[in-house]
Design a protein around this ligand. Structure first.
Ligand code: HEM
Length: 195
């Protein structure tokens, strides 16, 4: 049986706060992927105008949710489920998760740095953070940040694809309860243990 409140993490599975943050961010990242793919393949189309209008706000939301989730993860570190699988894969999983959190914060920060350097408007949730200025304070820095933002943005989506593949491997090949600990929470490990 879970040893804590259903809201906090438990060695038997993730609590409600972690699961809400995880799946909420997953939805936002699917939306962000759509905005980036439509921009890459159909820039200036009406579909691009629709998705792009949400890119900055969604990206900013992803960044602060990642900070909140990282803080919640650290606060729950001692009672989180242990990583399952061979030692090398456990190490790869730890590094992969650090890279995911890092990119979830770094990619949006670079998008904002690009806007600042190039002197572009930055409006978040309808509030103007910087007005456009010509020339921008540092166009070279802005261009560099933009290039790195795009490269690391695609890298983040590739890492997420790897994360999903590994979660499915745990869920459907190893059947070790890892997948269920993020879907059904603590109850899932008890079900896995009974199989
Ligand atoms: C997790 C959050 C984010 C992800 C994953 C992400 C991802 C991406 C990707 C993959 C591209 C390249 C699209 C293409 O190839 O055409 C891109 C472009 C861009 N992103 Fe983001 N982004 C995020 C957040 C932000 C934020 C917060 C800003 C804030 C200013 C921003 C501003 C931009 C800009 C200005 C471009 C270039 C658009 C263009 O001129 O084509 N992004 N982003």
């Amino acid at each position: 049986m879970p040893t804590h409140s259903p809201w906090v993490d438990d060695p038997e599975g993730y609590g409600r706060v972690s699961r809400i943050l995880h799946w909420g961010m997953a939805l936002l990242l699917v939306w962000q992927l759509l905005s980036a793919v439509v921009r890459a393949v159909a820039e200036h189309s009406p579909l691009d105008a629709f998705f792009w209008s949400t890119h900055v706000g969604t990206g900013f939301t992803i960044a602060w949710l990642a900070i909140l989730r990282g803080a919640w993860g650290l606060a729950n570190l001692r009672r989180r489920p242990a990583t399952e699988g061979p030692a090398l894969l456990r190490k790869a999983a730890a590094l992969g998760h650090i890279a995911l959190y890092g990119l979830l914060i770094l990619v949006p920060a670079l998008g904002i740095l690009r806007a600042f350097g190039k002197g572009r408007d930055l409006t978040i949730y309808g509030h103007q953070v910087f007005a456009p200025v010509t020339p921008g304070p540092n166009a070279a820095l802005g261009s560099f940040a933009g290039e790195v933002h795009e490269f690391l943005g695609w890298t983040l989506f590739a890492l997420i694809a790897g994360h999903i593949a590994m979660a499915l491997w745990h869920g459907f090949v190893r059947r070790d309860g890892t997948f269920g600990s993020m879907t059904r929470g603590p109850a899932a490990r008890h079900l896995a243990a009974r199989v």
